[in-house]
Design a protein around this ligand. Sequence first.
Ligand code: NAD
Length: 258
Amino acid sequence: MLDLTGKTALVTGIANNRSIAWGIAQQLHAAGADLGVTYLPDAKGKMEKKVKDLVEPLNPSLFLPLNVQNDEQMAETFQAVKAQWGKIDILVHCLAFANRDDLTGDFSATSRQGFQTALDISAYSLVSLANGAKPLMTEGGSIVTLTYLGGVRVVPNYNVMGIAKAALEMNVRYLASEMGAHNIRVNGISAGPIRTLASSAVGGILDMIHHVEEIAPLGRTVTQEEVGKTAAFLCSDLSSGITGQILYVDSGYNIMGM
Ligand code: NAD
């Protein structure tokens, strides 16, 4: 049985009720996990209020601001985790960012700054979060991140985010290799296209979804709930032998040649 009772889980990347991280948080909560939620702070505090209201029914023990480009906030996050829980069992990395201009048009036009931003927020952040969680995963743990097929194949307009996802997927393997000795497992979920705030920045997201509906064996794209259920599985003991893997939750789209 999928049971996360007594487990502590830090979930990043909830922006609204369409966020994949929201689908994951709901499943972890349903399985009995004690949640900590981080949100991306903004000057007016709008995001804080929005995410706080959304996650209230899940009774998170921790609710913290975290911009992954801010090393101080990163350190404060894990200090707060340590003070509240003393240990951490589950870390969900479910965030990404690239400048909108870099998610359409010619890939070769990507600026140095745009490249660095996308790689820093979308890929390096997994390394820094894993590094913060590692000393607190004293009873072993599970780290899960979100990736997309555009990191292994060319998908129109995905551009620099594809490079970031390629780096992210390799991060999963290096981190899994390093942390296996501590019984910390690291895996990625490669989700099919879903309409969210982040994905709407990618040029032609609706065309991508329609294409999947035509081609994928299941004849549809996936939901946040389906990704959430797989994440809960990867965070639980049911997947105790799985690490360093990228699991496709994409209605089977990735197997098709034509
Ligand atoms: P979303 O917009 O709901 O989530 C993206 C999150 O990233 C937001 O919560 C945002 O606040 C956060 N974020 C951005 N910059 C940040 C920073 N500097 N510090 C901290 N947080 C920051 O969109 P989503 O589609 O749910 O995206 C979640 C993850 O799923 C991303 O890694 C995305 O690439 C991946 N993914 C999405 C799809 C899809 O089609 N939606 C498919 C495969 C993978």
